[in-house]
Every structure is written in structure tokens, then in C-alpha cells.
Design a protein around this ligand. Structure first.
Ligand code: PLP
Length: 375
């Protein structure tokens, strides 16, 4: 059985003969955690120099068989994406801005000397998987909740051989799906962050703006340092002066200046060393429509600390697909720390969080055309 072609790519459909029984699925969905359980199917597409993209199929979720000399295992030629499917209040299952992820996926791929996948085929692969595994999309937004189906497209090099004179000549693209509750155990509660001064995540000309595995491998040392100092997340600073705030391990940062009718939000500009988040872009767009001006401005650690001390900075929050919008309550670093506002979720943070979740779950209108209906 095939499901039509996209950009000349034909998808073969091979449904699982042993899907997880409904009762067991319900048990798993009762407390999915994050990235721990996976649905019944996955999509894979192969690429090589001779045949371009081919062999696209929806098939049962399962292990890959790999040669030990596969390029990705040695030289980390890999890129990935992360987005979510939501069950809206109407019962429709939708994705949020999948074409933005398709475009970023191809920018990451280009940086890592990997082939691009036509955007249509990327989105179609997601649609096929979500449609097939729609019973795995959690029930929707309980008050204060935000359960969804996290989608993880990725691509890796599978040329067999250890030569490093050129990029791989063959790749596998795949999509897997994982039901997800909030990313942080205390969803919606403020997190504490650690200023990484001894490690650097990315420098100009490097791979910081690509969603590629090695950035995260190199980042664990900073994250472990954060945890060792009782902080939940690491904040990365610029590689040259270690003064300018960039982002967190998997989230972008926003600063709230002023309060009430005078509140405005800022986020560090895209310098090439931080990940251009789809959530970041969405908030820059929707905040002004809520009467909250939004801009991109550099901010140093000193400005952050002094801004909190003077009361000019009233709230700080992190944002990303997995964590949605999460308040930051306290900052710590090698030379001390400080509290942001009252260390509790602030009104501007909660306002933009509600607006974003409302659009995603279909409780609020979507004037931006961000919601992509699947089934
Ligand atoms: C994925 C990611 C983000 C957030 O991007 P979204 O598109 O909003 O999910 C931010 N920083 C890093 C390092 C990331 O990997």
C-alpha cells in the first residue's frame, strides 16, 4: 500500500501487526514523562548520491541495524528537529508550525554538509506518522496541563568507512514520536539556572545555530556543573567574553522589562551561536498583539544582575517546544547569585504561555496560520 508521492518521494505503508494494546497504551499515557515511551510506528527515508531520496516507508517502530563503521558513530554527522502534535478541544489533531521546522532542518543539514529533504516530504512524513499513531496523541489540555505528542525527525550519516576527507555519501532520515507531559518535573514552576563560565557551547562560525547532536554532547559538562550547583539548567554565555547571555541547553531566554502596561520583552539576537527557536519566533510575533512590545537585544550577565537588583527586569522565562514557556526564578554562577522578581511565576510569563498554549490547543483563534491540521 502506498500513500501517494511528495516531491517524487513515494511512501510505502507497512502497519505494525503487533501494536501496543489499547489498555496498555492508556496506562502509558497516564504518566508519559518526556521522551521515555514511543508509539507503534516510525517513518524512514534513505538518501544516496545515485538515487537521491528513496525507500520512504511508514513501518513498525524498531531498532536500526548499523555497521560499526557507520560515519555517524565516529564523526557525528547528524541533525534533528523537535515539534509537537496536539489534540485540540474540538478533537482535531494538529501540528504547530511544521514548515518552520522543515526549513530549520534543512538549514541545519546544509551546515553539516548533509542533503536537504524537500519541505513537503518532511511535513508529509510527520502527517503519516501522526495519522497512523493518532491514538497516542494525549487527551488534550487539562486545566494547567499541556500533554502532547512530541515528534522527533532526525537524519544521520551511514556511509561505511572511517575516511574523513569528505562527508558521507548516504543518509537515513527518520521520524519517531513520543507522548509527552511537561518537560520539567515541576511544570510551570520556576527553574533555577547556572551561568556556565568554564565551558562554551558555541562560537562564531561554529555549529551553534544548527540543531546537531554534537552541540548537546559538548553541553552535558555544563549541564552537570549546573546540577552540581543545585540548578536545573545551564545558561550559555558568549564564547569570547563570557559576558553575553546566549540561551539555555534546549531553550531560548526572554527578559521582561518593567511591569503592567509598561512591560516589554527582549531576547538575545541571533548571532549564529544560538538556536533560532520556533517558540522564540512565535513569542516575538504574538507578544506585540497582546500589547507587550518585543525586541531582540543583547544582554550581559552584569545587566541581568543589575536589572534584577534595580527592579527594571521583573521576570525571565525560557521557551522551547519541549518546555513551552517556563519561568526562571533564580540565577547562580561561580561568583554568586540572585533572585528574579519574587522567584515566582510572573504575570507576563504566564500571559504569553497561556496565549501560546491556547493557540496550540485550539482554545484561542490562530490569526497567524500556525496550526496545521492533520486529522
Ligand atoms: C530546540 C532548541 C531550542 C528551542 O527551539 P524550539 O524550536 O522553540 O523548540 C532552543 N535552544 C536549543 C539549543 C535547542 O536545541
Amino acid at each position: 500500500m502506498t500513500a501517494g508521492a511528495r516531491d517524487g518521494i513515494t511512501f510505502a505503508i507497512h502497519p505494525s501487526t503487533e501494536p501496543v494494546p489499547a489498555a496498555r497504551r492508556a496506562e502509558l499515557l497516564a504518566s508519559p514523562g518526556f521522551g521515555r515511551i514511543f508509539t507503534d510506528h516510525m517513518v524512514t527515508i534513505e538518501w544516496d548520491e545515485k538515487d537521491d531520496w528513496h525507500g520512504a516507508q511508514l513501518r513498525p517502530y524498531g531498532p536500526f541495524s548499523m555497521d560499526p563503521a557507520s560515519a555517524v558513530l565516529h564523526y557525528a554527522q547528524e541533525v534533528f528537529e523537535g515539534l509537537k502534535a496536539y489534540r485540540q478541544v474540538s478533537g482535531a489533531v494538529v501540528m504547530f508550525r511544521p514548515t518552520a521546522n522543515a526549513a530549520r532542518f534543512n538549514r541545519s543539514a546544509a551546515r553539516m554538509s548533509m542533503p536537504g529533504l524537500p519541505e513537503d516530504a518532511f511535513v508529509h512524513a510527520l502527517e503519516l506518522l501522526v495519522t497512523q499513531d493518532r491514538d497516542w496523541v494525549p487527551g488534550g489540555a487539562a486545566p494547567g496541563g499541556d500533554q502532547s505528542l512530541y515528534l522527533r525527525p532526525f537524519m544521520f550519516a551511514n556511509h561505511v568507512g572511517l575516511g574523513i576527507s569528505r562527508p558521507s555519501d548516504s543518509y537515513t532520515f527518520a521520524v519517531i514520536a513520543s507522548p509527552a507531559a511537561t518537560y520539567f518535573s515541576r511544570g510551570g514552576q520556576p527553574v533555577s539556572v547556572w551561568l556556565a563560565e568554564s565551558y562554551t557551547r558555541a562560537a562564531r562560525g561554529g555549529t551553534g545555530e544548527a540543531k546537531t547532536g554534537g552541540n548537546y554532547a559538548g553541553g552535558f559538562a555544563g549541564q552537570l556543573e549546573a546540577v552540581a550547583h543545585d540548578c536545573e539548567q545551564v545558561v550559555w554565555l558568549d564564547a569570547v567574553e563570557h559576558q553575553w547571555v546566549e540561551e539555555m541547553g534546549g531553550m531560548n531566554l526572554f527578559f521582561v522589562h518593567g511591569s503592567g502596561a509598561h512591560a516589554r520583552i527582549t531576547t538575545p539576537p541571533l548571532t549564529g551561536t544560538l538556536l533560532p527557536g520556533v517558540t522564540r519566533d512565535s513569542l516575538l510575533t504574538l507578544a506585540p498583539d497582546l500589547g507587550i512590545p518585543a525586541g531582540q537585544e543583547p544582554i550581559s550577565v552584569t545587566q541581568w544582575r543589575e536589572g534584577c537588583e534595580s527592579g527594571e527586569i521583573t521576570e525571565v522565562f525560557a521557551c522551547g517546544t519541549a518546555a513551552v514557556v517556563t519561568p526562571v526564578g533564580a540565577v547562580r554562577g561561580p561568583t554568586g547569585g540572585w533572585t528574579i522578581g519574587h522567584g515566582t511565576p510572573g504575570p507576563v510569563t504566564m500571559r504569553v504561555r497561556e496565549q501560546l498554549l491556547g493557540i496550540q490547543f485550539g482554545q484561542l483563534p490562530d490569526p497567524y496560520g500556525w496550526v496545521h491540521k492533520v486529522c
